[in-house]
Design a protein around this ligand. Structure first.
Ligand SMILES: [Zn+2]
Length: 449
């Protein structure tokens, strides 16, 4: 048979490992995998050059798009162009910072309509669990959200208030029944309330205002609620490596717990952050180099499952770059486009392999969300692919990034690994014609299908 497209690569990352292959694509799906040289026929062909490798499209399950309502912070067109340029072919949007937040089916519909019009990659949605919306969890679940996000500390926007730990547990009991999951911004409100304030330009003061203990206490509450309700729980953006032993123990006990961390915790360290550098403000905060090292050990051990961006932009004004006040600046780092080269550069320096990085950034987040046709180059899967030059060096220039507000904690940083092109369902993303689709838990194919 003649395939619509045949991609030929001397190095392609398959679930079995690196192989020299020819991949046939039809109707956006991988329909054939043959050894390199087999001579698959395609109406279109694409042969990777020397030094390039073929990877599955990355899946980023932690993105704040903010449209509608705060589209001046970030919108679907700009966010998904940044995603595509970074090799990300699927994003799952967080329920807050847009207005409305995704806390009922009507809001979900509004967000889906915004994404459908302009997305360059596939887009799915998390729902939100806020005080008083317990009755919305089932209808949101039935309409295909991948799970529910809650905060245990102020979220930064007033329309998305936090839950008390007891409310979180009540909601988790509902989610256990539905077979859904709770994903948690785990910083404990009371612990933070007792910590010193964050006002001023000193990074040290900001770090002291968000102590590790706040994360440790909140993570303990999540583990306890997951144990008691039987619900799946997921720790978002783990920064405090102190929590790893308890995570290890909970998982050994059989608590249904997964964990993610983010590029900024893995490549930036508190010691390097200058006073007033509010580009680097995020919550929980970037901690010391010793903590960063322990997070890498957590990844190596498999205690941390995924690395996702927590891309959370605002306007440049709200980052207060001129004043540099860590207390007042918006907390959030934009890295949707940079995740793969950031994490790969650091992993490579630590003697880790590219296949591990891709596992954390593609198959693991796909598994987290239950996206069984994403995250792997295999027959029957969506033909989402990235052509990557892992040994090529480059420097980040903030003005050449695609996200809406040209602020970056990585401007000027030297990296290794260039995303050359990104294919969504076998078509190269061209940044002009939005070909992304809405995805939902409801249409996610069952595992093995
Ligand atoms: Zn976030």
């Amino acid at each position: 048979m003649v395939h619509e497209l045949v991609v030929t690569a001397r190095r392609a990352l398959l679930p079995e490992g690196w192989q020299a292959v020819e991949i046939g694509v039809d109707d956006g799906t991988i329909t054939a995998l043959a050894p390199y040289g087999a001579g698959l026929q395609g109406r279109q062909t694409r042969e990777l050059r020397e030094g390039q490798v073929l990877l599955p499209g990355l899946v980023d399950t932690h993105v704040h798009v903010n449209e509608p309502g705060r589209t001046e912070w970030e919108g679907f067109a700009s966010a998904t162009r940044a995603a595509a340029a970074g090799g990300v072919t699927t994003i799952v949007d967080m329920p807050l910072n847009s207005i409305p937040p995704t806390v009922d089916p009507e809001a979900l519909q509004i967000k889906q309509a915004a994404a459908a019009a302009s997305a360059h990659v596939d887009v799915g949605f998390w729902g939100g669990a806020v005080p008083g919306n317990g009755e919305q969890l089932r209808p949101l679940h039935e309409r295909g959200v991948f799970g529910f996000k809650c905060f245990l500390e102020d979220s930064g926007v007033e329309e998305f208030p936090p839950l008390e730990p007891a409310e979180m547990e009540e909601d988790m009991a509902i989610l256990a029944e539905l077979g859904s999951m709770m994903i948690v911004h785990a910083e404990d409100h009371d612990t933070l309330a007792q910590a010193p304030g964050a006002q001023g330009r000193r990074y040290e003061d900001f770090l002291r205002s968000r102590p590790r203990e706040a994360e440790n206490v909140a993570i303990r509450a999540v583990i306890d609620a997951a144990r008691r309700t039987g619900a799946r729980a997921h720790i978002l953006h783990l920064s405090s490596a102190d929590a790893l032993p308890e995570i290890r123990q909970a998982r050994a006990e059989g608590v249904k717990l997964t964990v993610e961390t983010c590029p900024h915790y893995l490549v930036l360290a508190a010691e390097e952050i200058g006073d007033g550098a509010t580009t680097h403000k995020c919550c929980p905060p970037i901690r010391e180099a010793s903590n960063q090292h322990a997070l890498w050990e957590g990844l190596r051990e498999g205690l941390i499952d995924c690395v996702v961006s927590d891309h959370s932009p605002s306007t440049a004004e709200l980052k207060l770059l001129d004043v540099g006040d860590f207390g007042a600046a918006w907390g959030g780092i934009s890295s949707l486009q940079l995740g793969l080269p950031l994490v790969w550069s650091e992993a490579r320096a630590r003697g880790l392999e590219l296949e591990q990085v891709v596992g954390w950034m593609s198959s693991a987040p796909a598994d987290l969300a239950g996206l069984s046709d994403k995250g792997r180059l295999a027959e029957g899967k969506s033909a989402d692919m990235v052509i990557f030059s892992p040994e090529q060096s480059w420097s980040v220039e903030v003005d050449s990034l695609w996200h809406r507000n040209k602020v970056s904690a990585y401007d000027g940083r030297d990296l290794v690994g260039v995303v050359e092109s990104t294919l969504l369902r076998g078509e190269q993303i061209d940044f002009e014609t939005p070909r992304g689709r809405l995805i939902s838990r409801v249409d996610a194919k069952p595992a093995g299908a």
